[in-house]
Design a protein around this ligand. Structure first.
Ligand SMILES: [Zn+2]
Length: 410
């Protein structure tokens, strides 16, 4: 046995491939009050995630130079392997797609609504361009016109309460956008990925599209599988997010979609805001930050509310959290699977362990979680990234600088 070998007795616990979280906002370097590469990937490692695909937000990553800078930053500061999505894409930066794709970032984000709204012509141009460069177009799908119609009414009614957010981003808002972009993807034979899907209507649209062989994949997130709009009565702005939370009917349709293969993957859509950025929303919901911390609780939530409650099997969890995200974003079979030749990314999971969630126990910079006080059953015990233990005995044992950037489709 050489000095790098270590025997680990996993006892009666499950061993899964490390999770691939294909949508997380780590904010580095512009909003480090909320998170950064090191804190965000510490939380990821403690949650069994071994590869994170960092998602652009308010700071553009839309030129080859900006992409390279972000990669350097990740290599310096991340604790686990990572990849990137580029964006926000629009008509101005469309011509950069080829050059960015050649670096190995082959996933591009755009919006059908504010604040990064692009019109139909731009959407179609982006689909043509990404397809030409063997890349994926990720769309935040909420229809701007319908959302604005709701918004104008809410303004006339002088609504600022947390529940107004739900009426702004109604089911129809998501349904219309998804119907439209699926049509575009079908006509242009483009490779479309729909971010954070939240409604029953969208699940059935995607089910039909897949039957007709439209090249579309979709994700949902733990929060849409565990909270509904009603929970905003108690948690208010802490549950403000876009898309908004919906109803029990939607939640059940998403679980069903996950189980039957309509919904391809689960991402954390980790998007923490500081308490102060949330608290302001009790007075005026429009001023509150939209997004929740989620990367560390994603696996425990899915084990507890999914596997232990028999909504999905352990095999299906492995598909939607490991294999499928790696396949969809071209990181497979290096990532997302346990097989010869793949990276040794593992998470050891105790499906019986019960623990109460406390924000203060988690690794987030913001110090809170929407799951505060939830008793979850099923927790990761140890996380291993590329053969190196990064989390064990409730401690992060990784050091920044060990992480690697993983190119897509290479
Ligand atoms: Zn996002």
């Amino acid at each position: 046995m050489n000095r790098f070998d270590e025997k680990i007795d996993v006892k009666n616990n499950f061993v899964l491939p490390g999770l691939v979280d294909a949508h997380a906002h780590l904010y580095d370097p512009n909003f480090m009050n909320r998170e950064d590469f090191t804190s965000g990937t510490a939380a990821a490692a403690a949650g069994g995630v071994t590869t994170v695909v960092e998602m652009v937000l308010s700071t553009p990553v839309d030129t080859a130079e900006r992409v390279r800078r972000k990669i350097r930053l990740g290599e310096e500061k991340s604790l686990i392997d990572f990849s990137l999505h580029a964006g926000m894409m629009n008509l101005e930066n469309l011509t950069h797609i080829g050059e960015i794709a050649r670096i190995g970032v082959r996933s591009f984000k755009t919006f059908t609504c504010k604040p990064y709204y692009v019109n139909d012509h731009t959407l179609m141009s982006l689909m043509r361009e990404t397809t030409m460069h063997d890349s994926i177009l990720n769309v935040h799908a909420e229809d701007e016109e319908s959302a604005n119609e709701n918004f104008q009414r809410l303004m006339l009614e002088k609504r600022k309460d947390p529940m107004a957010h739900l009426e702004w981003k109604s089911n129809a808002v998501e349904e219309r956008a998804i119907k439209k972009i699926i049509g575009f993807a079908r006509d242009l034979k483009a490779r479309l990925h729909i971010s954070h899907m939240s409604t029953a209507q969208a699940v059935s649209l995607v089910r039909k599209a897949k039957r007709k062989r439209v090249n579309v994949t979709v994700e949902t997130c733990p929060h849409y599988l565990t909270f509904t709009g009603k929970d905003m009565k108690k948690l208010g702005p802490y549950l403000k997010m876009n898309p908004s939370l919906k109803t029990v009917h939607d939640l059940q349709a998403l679980w069903k979609g996950l189980e039957d293969g309509t919904v391809d993957l689960v991402t954390s859509e980790h998007a923490p805001g500081e308490r102060s950025e949330k608290e302001i929303g009790w007075e005026d919901i429009w001023k509150a930050w939209g997004g929740v911390p989620a990367i560390e609780t994603m696996l425990p939530v899915l084990l507890s509310e999914g596997v232990n409650k028999r909504r999905i099997s352990m095999t299906r969890l492995q598909k939607v959290c490991c294999e499928n995200p790696a396949r969809v974003f071209g990181l497979f079979p290096k990532k997302g699977t346990l097989r010869k030749g793949s990276d040794a990314d593992l998470v050891i999971v105790d499906l019986k362990a019960k623990r109460k969630v406390r924000g203060s126990d988690l690794h987030y910079k913001v110090g809170w979680t929407p799951y505060e006080g939830w008793m979850l059953q099923g927790w990761p015990l140890m996380t291993i990234c590329r053969g190196k233990v990064v989390f064990r005995d409730d401690k992060i044992v990784a050091t920044p600088g060990d992480a690697r950037f993983i190119s897509m489709f290479q």
